[in-house]
Design a protein around this ligand. Structure first.
Ligand code: PEP
Ligand code: MN
Length: 301
């Protein structure tokens, strides 16, 4: 018997379950009546409701002073949560890898001084426990989207997870990654579109923000979805329009990289040129909230 024939005759060879049955919208609604979008509460911030939530902060935590200064400026500009990487997944091993535990302590101090909940990345399953001691939301970066052991550990932790989409992942692959977290009993997953790779890379942008996927994801899953216009464009000047467009397409929130009002982008340890200033952030947040109100009834809630 050929191997193919053996596979066909063996019992049972095919999965009878939907590949992302826990996070897909279809099926859930049958059992949960009016469950439309999953609401996730993080330190008093309501994610998944009609008001877009803004997560803002530096790409990397570089020092206490830098982080606290930017955190204060973000809060004063209207941001709801603070982001900042203590563990950085860098393309080159020679680039700044983050301050590690010291960075997490700095974030905790910034939270104490501003009241903003913390979103920070975890890149290694062995570090989930440590990062959980400081984070309010675990960020899983684009590069780690299919790090399955990491997804499982994040799921087991029970912390809300912000799951970024890999730049080459389909919507289905992304939702399967979310399913890994959900399968551990943790349905508090926030999806985040952060740009895909297209032919225009390096001409006027770094990534192409996939706005289509925002509405498509809203139809396919009840999980809230964010847009990251900073990585989604890679260029600070393109961030305001991309932010408004994201919200207009139905994003439940934005994740935006911010640099100090007078800081030199060339001096930032990572992503300086895609970070906007707090004054611009204030303007973006104000306009994004108007945009969300204007677009609201277009969307499944
Ligand atoms: C980041 O948020 O700084 C980051 C590394 O993002 P991504 O994983 O989307 O590249
Ligand atoms: Mn970054």
């Amino acid at each position: 018997m050929s191997q193919y024939a053996m596979q066909k005759s063996a019992k049972p060879t095919r999965r009878s379950r939907h590949p992302y049955e826990l996070v897909r919208r279809a099926g859930r609604e049958e059992f949960h009546g009016n469950l439309k979008v999953r609401e996730i509460l993080v330190g008093g911030v309501r994610i998944g409701g009609p008001r877009p939530v803004v997560i803002a902060g530096p790409c990397s935590v570089e020092s206490l002073e830098q982080t606290v200064d930017v955190a204060r400026a973000c809060r004063d500009a209207g941001a709801d949560m603070l982001r900042g990487g203590a563990y950085k997944p860098r393309t080159s091993p020679y680039d700044f890898q983050g301050l590690g535990i010291e960075g997490l302590e700095i974030l905790a101090e910034a939270r104490a001084q501003t009241g903003l909940p913390i979103v920070t990345e975890v890149i290694d399953p062995r570090l989930v426990e440590e990062v959980c001691r400081f984070a309010d939301v675990l960020q899983i970066g684009a590069r780690s989207m299919q790090n399955f052991p990491l997804l499982v550990e994040a799921g087991k932790s029970g912390k809300p997870v912000l799951l970024k989409r890999h730049w080459g992942a389909t919507l289905q692959e992304w939702l399967c990654a979310a399913e890994y977290v959900a399968a551990q009993g943790n349905l508090n997953v926030i999806l985040c579109e952060r740009g895909i790779r297209t032919f225009s890379q390096g001409t006027y942008n770094r990534n192409t923000l996939d706005l289509n996927v925002v509405d498509a994801a809203r139809r396919e899953t009840f999980l809230p979805i964010f847009v990251d216009p900073s990585h989604g464009t890679g260029v600070a000047d393109l961030v305001p329009a991309a932010s408004l467009a994201g919200v207009a397409c139905g994003a439940h929130g934005l994740m935006i990289e911010v640099i100090g009002e007078t800081a030199d982008p060339a001096e930032a340890m990572s992503d300086g040129y895609q970070a906007i200033r707090p004054s611009m952030l204030r303007d973006v947040i104000e306009r994004a909230r108007c945009c969300a109100t204007a677009a609201a009834q277009e969307f499944i809630r």
